[in-house]
Design a protein around this ligand. Structure first.
Ligand code: ATP
Ligand code: SF4
Ligand code: MG
Length: 382
């Protein structure tokens, strides 16, 4: 049974929230995003345009994310991948008002969510949106769970904050149902336990339950499995899949692991040094990558169907904010740059590739990758 649908029908609470948001949106003049149904013929639930975020580092403002453009369609799972420091979190947390300002500041852009620009919202308004219309799952569940309060109480509070008139018994039933949905065994007993009585994987499940408690239309999961060991990671990913199927929430999944992308996502954005370097649908990118960085990420990933003696990591390290190389920031590590001056001098714009379908790459020489076969170009045999 679809847990959230049932709850919505009974409590009509989420319906009220949506109606409030719709009334609010109706009062505002129509924006480009409201009218724009997008290249796929679908109106996006979130459209981020030219987002730029700086941080005050070493006595100056340095860009941490620049020219970030992306859209999330209803019900789809969009992945944002890249190594540490590439700007994955900043590109999403900033639109929810979750980066510290200072040292951060948003220098450009808009983030239209259901017709309203999140970047123009007051903190109070944004706080109401978070946890109701928009929800987050973080890497460390303890950033969201209070260690001195019982799990059931915390989940119930998450619901009551947005739906204060819901009767206690109904809220408790909903919490138990949510815990069951995310695979917490004996949810009635677990309801009365503290976070320290839950294992790491169980805490992450509880946090996922909390994030979907109010049937959000957009879920942002920032490295939700990174802190867990491999077998638990797989279980938590299964939970995310179930939750996505049950709630139909559009999801942004932030990860450094392309394997997770292949498993769960429809479209992917690849980031490097604060910029989007490749984006497109997952199948196209796995079969026809058009950026050397994406190819590097794939080559460093094990292919489970093959006996591999070694993996090929990308040479070197991603740059820090203050040591961003000029031109294409990837050039010191790129197998295709071959000392080319253009790579060192000119920032490559993101432009459409030969494959079409919204696939784009920010590489001056992406055409040279036509015909380049990645490890994942061939379908895995059944
Ligand atoms: N509070 C901060 N103060 C200064 N710089 C910051 C701050 N938060 C992020 N940055 C910088 O912004 C850049 C992008 O950071 P971001 O957290 O988005 O990276 P990420 O891709 O999410 O990495 P990770 O995989 O490690 O989470 C990094 O260079 C980081 O050092
Ligand atoms: S622009 Fe040059 S350095 Fe950058 S990815 Fe393309 S070939 Fe490599
Ligand atoms: Mg991050």
């Amino acid at each position: 049974m679809n847990a959230s649908t049932e709850y919505d029908a009974e409590g009509q609470a989420a319906g009220r929230a949506a109606a409030r948001a719709a009334r609010k949106a109706a009062k505002k003049p129509a924006t480009k995003a409201q009218n724009d149904i997008g290249p796929t013929g679908v109106r996006p639930i979130l459209e981020v345009t030219d987002l730029g975020v700086d941080f005050w580092v070493g006595g100056e403002w340095i860009p941490a994310a620049e020219h970030i453009n992306y859209r999330v369609n209803p019900s789809e799972v969009l992945a944002i991948v890249g190594e540490s420091g590439s700007g994955k979190s900043v590109s999403t947390l900033s639109i929810l008002g979750l980066i510290p300002q200072p040292p951060g500041r948003i220098v450009s852009g808009s983030a239209i969510f259901k017709g309203t620009d999140l970047l123009k919202m007051k903190q109070r308004e944004l706080r109401r949106f978070r946890g109701e219309e928009l929800a987050m799952v973080f890497q460390d569940p303890m950033t969201s769970l209070n260690p001195v309060l019982k799990i059931g109480y915390q989940l119930a509070e998450a619901i009551k904050t947005h739906h204060p008139k819901e009767p206690d018994a109904k809220v408790k039933a909903r919490v138990v149902e949510l815990l069951r949905l995310v695979g917490v065994p004996n949810p009635e007993t677990r309801y009365d336990q503290y976070p320290h009585e839950f294992s790491g994987g169980m805490r992450q499940r509880a946090m996922i339950a909390m994030s979907i408690a109010n049937s959000p239309s957009l879920l942002i999961a920032d490295e939700p499995t990174t802190a867990l060991d491999v077998t638990i990671q797989a279980q938590v990913l299964e939970v995310l899949k179930t939750v996505q199927a049950e709630t139909n929430a559009a999801t942004i999944l932030i990860t450094h692991d392309l394997g997770i992308v292949a498993e769960l996502c429809e479209r992917v954005i690849v980031m490097y040094a604060g910029r989007i370097v490749e984006q497109g649908d997952v199948h196209t990118i796995f079969r026809n990558p058009r950026h050397p960085y994406t190819i590097g990420l794939m080559d460093s990933l094990p292919k489970l169907t093959e006996d591999e003696d070694w993996l090929r990591p990308i040479p070197g390290q991603p740059p820090s904010l203050i040591h961003r190389p000029p031109g294409c920031a990837f050039h010191p590590r790129c197998f295709l740059s071959q000392g080319r001056l253009r790579c060192r001098e000119e920032v490559p714009p993101l432009r459409p590739t030969d494959t079409g379908d919204g696939h784009s790459s920010a590489c001056h020489f992406s055409e040279e990758l036509v015909g380049h076969r990645s490890k994942f170009s061939d379908p895995v045999p059944a």
